[in-house]
Design a protein around this ligand. Structure first.
Ligand code: NOJ
Length: 523
């Protein structure tokens, strides 16, 4: 636990608290549940835990509508329990990252309630983006969840919300907004958080006057994405984080790799999620292009890359890779009833796990991926994610990857989202004793990864087949660790090696690497 640069190569496990483990049996995951499963996480072999928002929240957007950033939602537990959890995790060698939501608050946050009570023109309203009543919304922006990002107060005033109406956007030009968030950071760093994940990190600042979208916006001219003023905010956060030895991790969706990397300059954020990699289909050329693009973009700023296969917003990996068309990534592109080959998806997900865990940088593992959970199809009447309704019922939303984890081989208790039929076959308890299970693969891979995660840079190996991705990283002892992934359509010869460390599936009888299989080798 003494390394200060641990985040450069860490494996970080994402805990979606509401669906991780249920300590009191009421159907909702909670901190007691997490505490009881800390040994499971330590044994899995991750270095840190990232908790999605656990704060007081009416749950209009799964907790990303925060009513109080310093209080744990009573459905999850208490602040004292969170403090105990941080301490217990630390004892087991697990660092903790908390989720900070700076772009918006809940409409139940005291600031927004005060702004509504105070009415037009009051200083309380300056913390948000209010506009006077008018027939049309104040500008032509489109919500990140689709539709108009403006709603009316009872008095007819408009207020801006880039997400749901229950998530009013803060005015980041107001000094009080900046002070408050720095204070929230301090609050969690003082309680031992090793870092923060910053929600919607490229959205906070809006262009003065909230102008309409320009006909064609050059990079840096979008009225609410990637505004230049953000860099000053993150420089200030960095000074604060450095005082505590804490790390800043940005949720930044930006197609332009060079603009993305600007957030990772040495005096800004430490790392940011790499959504380009997550968005690519299971295709050798695509994945290789994404890896090259990522490494090239990070190199000039000296920041480590991050690798993400899944999170609480996207379709589960085994489902995504088991579909002919990848419709799982972007908001508004999910559909009901897409044909899925889960056996194929699972083979690919196993191979993808070895690919991801061998790349230089840090890696994020979303809860349940280690169990190979598929995306669940939730009956319409049980769907809670607001994206479903906002899409007019076309998009099933994100609940399918948020179903509570299966722990017990004989079935778990009630759950806030229904667990699909036969879900027990994925139970952690069942997989723990099966050397062929996804859980066993992840455990072995994470253990082995510790021995080479700080190995040298990636060097591609020349291969005979374009569908075979193979790379090497030099080890301090003069050896090399190799990763080879066959994305099909035919078997491929393994690169020269002295030892087979791990395979995501069986090799052919002649020792070749079949389609949709990956290996780690030593040379
Ligand atoms: C990104 C989060 O990951 C997502 O779950 C949330 O809905 C939006 N930001 C808004 O906070």
């Amino acid at each position: 636990m003494s390394r200060t640069d641990w985040w450069r190569s860490a494996a970080i496990y994402q805990v979606y608290v509401r669906s991780f483990a249920d300590g009191n049996g009421d159907g909702t995951g909670d901190l007691a549940g997490v505490r009881s499963r800390l040994p499971y996480l330590a044994e899995l072999g991750v270095d840190a835990l990232w908790f999605t928002p656990w704060y007081l929240s009416p749950l209009a957007d799964g907790g990303y509508d925060v009513a109080d950033y310093r209080t744990i939602d009573p459905a999850f537990g208490t602040l004292a329990e969170a403090e105990a959890l941080l301490a217990e995790a630390r004892e087991l060698g697990l660092r903790t990252i908390v989720d900070i939501v700076p772009n918006h608050v809940s409409d139940q946050h005291p600031w927004f309630k005060a702004a509504l009570a105070a009415g037009p023109g009051a200083p309380e309203q300056e913390l948000f983006h209010f506009r006077p009543p008018s027939d049309e919304p104040p500008n032509d922006w489109v919500s990140e969840f689709g539709g108009v990002p403006w709603s009316r107060t009872e008095g007819g005033q408009w207020y801006l919300h880039l997400f749901t109406p229950e998530q009013p956007d803060l005015n980041w030009n107001h000094p009080k907004v900046r002070e408050e968030h720095e204070d929230v950071l301090r609050f969690w760093f003082e309680r031992g958080a090793a870092g923060v994940r910053i929600d919607s990190a490229a959205l906070l600042v809006k262009a003065d006057g909230l102008p309409d979208m320009p006909g064609s916006a050059d990079a840096g001219e979008h009225p609410f994405h990637d505004r230049p003023e953000l860099h000053g905010i993150y420089r200030s956060w960095r000074r604060l984080a450095d005082a505590y030895g804490a790390v800043l991790i940005g949720e930044i969706w930006l197609p332009d790799a060079e603009r993305f990397a600007r957030y990772l300059r040495p005096d800004e954020l430490h790392t940011a999620f790499n959504f380009d990699f997550l968005a690519r289909p299971w295709d050798a050329a695509e994945l290789r292009a994404s890896i090259d693009l990522t490494l090239a973009a990070h190199a000039p700023v000296g920041a480590p890359a991050t690798w993400v296969l899944a999170n609480h917003d996207v379709t589960r990996t085994v489902t995504r890779y088991g579909r002919a068309e990848d419709t799982g990534f972007a908001f508004e592109r999910k559909r009901f009833g897409v044909p899925t080959d889960l056996a194929l998806g699972t083979r690919r997900a196993r191979a993808a796990a070895l690919l991801t865990l061998a790349l230089p940088g840090s890696v994020y593992l979303y809860q349940g991926e280690e169990l190979g959970l598929p995306e669940a199809e939730i009956p319409r009447e049980r769907i809670q994610d607001p994206m479903h309704a906002r899409s007019g019922g076309v998009d099933p939303g994100r609940d399918g990857c948020r179903v509570p984890l299966p722990w017990r081989a004989d079935g778990d208790g009630p759950s806030w989202l229904p667990r699909p039929e036969g879900w027990e076959r994925y139970a952690a308890e069942r997989q723990a004793g099966d050397p062929e299970s996804m859980l066993s693969l992840y455990r072995t891979a994470l253990r082995l990864r510790r021995s080479f995660r700080d190995a040298g840079p990636l060097r591609w190996l020349r291969t005979d087949a374009p569908h075979l991705l193979a790379f090497a990283r030099a080890l301090p002892d003069g050896g090399t660790v190799l990763c080879a992934v066959n994305l099909g359509p035919s078997d491929a010869a393994l690169p020269a090696h002295s030892e087979l460390l791990l395979a995501s599936g069986p090799l052919t009888p002649s020792g070749a690497l079949p389609q949709d299989t990956a290996v780690w080798l030593r040379a």
